[in-house]
Design a protein around this ligand. Structure first.
Ligand code: MN
Length: 291
């Protein structure tokens, strides 16, 4: 049984998501990624339901995975998708060679509470034509008193319809009690505590922390009180990547080209209620290197 590494979130304020503090646990100084999962933002719950207003911005070389606990968010993109997402649904945007999108939270629900994650695309498919998929309902897996809503990938042989390009899982977990959760032994995993408190193999993990479980374990014992969390995992992703702003490439030069293409407005236009677009920031003064 490998040791469990606990990652503290960084609080990130993003000017375009005005009223919301984001807790980011991936990437982290001590943890680059978990399988192909390279980015994990958790925001809310907040009653500033109109707090999320992210104008048009690009993505390349990755998939964005959006999962809500509460609220509603409108998605628009440059391939013509218009989709409101609500709790229990998945929005999966495969950026491939490049896509632009905007996100706006809607009034009406009492609160907004969500996670957004990114998956690195393997080299063989990262230049693919962009696509967007909305899945209405997750696959449910019950193990003793644990309920797992599997929204992407697969858990204990139960597979979702979400289109992915490496072996992985993403699921919302709910547990009040204890369970031995079977894990794919070849995969590494992470468990984000969203609500409640848990012990994983006897180690306490607090709210907003991400527990990292190295590959090699066929199961993990979880004891929980009113726990809600996110399970991510996957086969170790052994390609070196460069991640900068909203792009994933394989070299600094690729990132420079992606940035220019966006700032020179080479992406298809689309309309939304937000208007405007977010320019890419200045590149750092050092050469971006793959890691
Ligand atoms: Mn985005």
């Amino acid at each position: 049984m490998g040791a469990i590494q606990v990652v503290e979130p960084r609080v990130v304020k993003i000017s375009t998501r005005t009223e919301i503090d984001i807790r980011r646990t991936l990437p982290h100084a001590h943890l680059n990624r978990i399988g192909a999962w390279v980015f994990l933002d958790h925001f809310g719950p907040t009653t500033q339901v109109d707090g999320m207003k992210v104008a048009a911005h690009p993505h390349t070389g990755l998939q964005t995975v959006t999962w809500l606990f509460e609220g509603a968010v409108d998605h628009r993109d440059s391939i013509g998708s218009e989709q409101t997402i609500r709790p229990g649904q998945l929005n999966l945007m495969t950026a491939g060679s490049g896509i632009a999108h905007s996100e706006k939270s809607l009034g009406g629900p009492a609160a907004l509470h969500a996670v957004q994650l990114w998956l690195a695309l393997p080299d063989a498919v990262r230049h693919m034509t962009p696509m967007f998929q909305h899945v209405e309902a997750p696959r449910e897996v019950r193990i003793d008193s644990l309920l797992a809503k599997v929204f992407i990938g697969e858990l204990t042989g139960v597979k979702t319809e979400a289109v992915v390009f490496s072996e992985l899982v993403g699921a919302e977990l709910a547990l009040d009690g204890q369970v031995s959760l079977p894990l794919n032994k070849r995969w590494e995993h992470g468990i984000l505590v969203v609500e409640g408190e848990i012990e994983i193999d006897g180690q306490p993990v607090r709210k907003d922390q991400l527990a990292y479980l190295a590959a090699g374990s066929g199961a993990v014992r979880i004891e929980a009180k009113n726990f809600v969390g996110i399970l991510i995992g996957g086969a170790p992703f052994d390609e070196k990547i460069v991640m900068w702003w909203n792009f994933i490439g394989r070299s600094g030069d690729e990132i420079v080209a992606m940035r220019e293409a966006w700032n020179e407005r080479e992406y298809p236009e689309f309309t939304d209620e937000l208007g405007g677009w977010i320019p890419a920031p200045e590149l750092p003064n050092v050469t971006l290197r793959a890691r």
